[in-house]
Design a protein around this ligand. Sequence first.
Ligand SMILES: NC(=O)c1ccc[n+]([C@@H]2O[C@H](COP(=O)([O-])OP(=O)(O)OC[C@H]3O[C@@H](n4cnc5c(N)ncnc54)[C@H](OP(=O)(O)O)[C@@H]3O)[C@@H](O)[C@H]2O)c1
Length: 329
Amino acid sequence: MNIGIVGTGMIIQNAGKAIKAQPGLSIAAIVSRPHSKERARALAEQFEIPKIYTDYKAFLEDPQVEAVYIGIINSEHYSYAKRAILSGKHVIAEKPFTARLEEARELAGLAQDHQVLLLEAIHFRYHPWLKAAEEGLGEIGRIRLVECSYSKISSRYQEYKKGNVLPVFDPALGGGALYDIGVYCVHFADAVLGERYGIPKVQYEANRGFNGVDTSGVLLLKYPDTLAVCTCGKDSDGVCQASVQGEEGNLVVDGFPRPRKVILRRHGEAETVLWENDRRDENPLEKEFEAFASLLAENNRKQAEIQMEKSLRVMAVLDAAYYGNTGSM
Ligand SMILES: NC(=O)c1ccc[n+]([C@@H]2O[C@H](COP(=O)([O-])OP(=O)(O)OC[C@H]3O[C@@H](n4cnc5c(N)ncnc54)[C@H](OP(=O)(O)O)[C@@H]3O)[C@@H](O)[C@H]2O)c1
């Protein structure tokens, strides 16, 4: 299947390598805005991409572009994905899936109507460590608490402190700690509890910068029978870890969301390592593109829709936390 890449920013390095690593995928074209054509040209050379476009319409009209990877700023995922779906292309769009819940719902409906696959590029949802952790959940009894922490100082934070607001620190462009990085924690809480309980009630408290953006924050998720706490920061160096506490033991994801180990501890028993990373140099996007390639090869819309349900629950949480909407709670 031939993929077209949208974007020329930082993530395209990993995305380009991950796509190239899939035997079932090749890159047919890249599109940038006109002022970024030189960056597109450099990426085309690096990844041996045969065509460069600076016009999205022309890119979508190219029959060799069968699926589209959207790797641009968060607020633009929706409009670019919508136009791609309406052109009959399969779509994988970066996290956070969209800026608003309504946009996500509309895209999901359009993908069904137009019979194309639509996925959020959220890498660990497709990674074996999550499967190992999910299997371990059955060993710890009734789950009472989930904690998930992911903070790291953004490479754009120094610029922000100087007053130069790049998109990841601009709430109007879908930036901020919750959308940009907390989304991983919300996906983890959803992986543990979402299937059983649906969308939780939410409360978000944030440290805010001079433009009102959340530079870090704490999100409380109240599921009917269980609580989850997500902490995320782009202004601080945190401990990156997730844990699930049950009545009969706990499960720890050491190094979330790219763990070193997933550890199970049952009361009175020696700990068990459920999964261990033996590839520290792994490209984090590899597994999601592997999953996308296999869904495309099988035209497995049903499985893509199952994944989309998860993304919609996560978007409902983000939207409610940031904008105070009640979503579909
Ligand atoms: N999965 C992961 O591990 C991971 C990691 C990092 C980022 N991401 C996601 O990847 C996406 C891009 O992040 P990044 O770090 O690569 O950002 P970046 O380096 O700032 O690049 C931003 C990209 O968005 C484009 N853009 C900006 N404004 C636009 C507009 N109004 N319309 C269309 N395109 C526009 C830029 O194009 P111009 O050059 O034309 O301005 C550029 O190609 C984000 O959604 C982010 O959340 C994912």
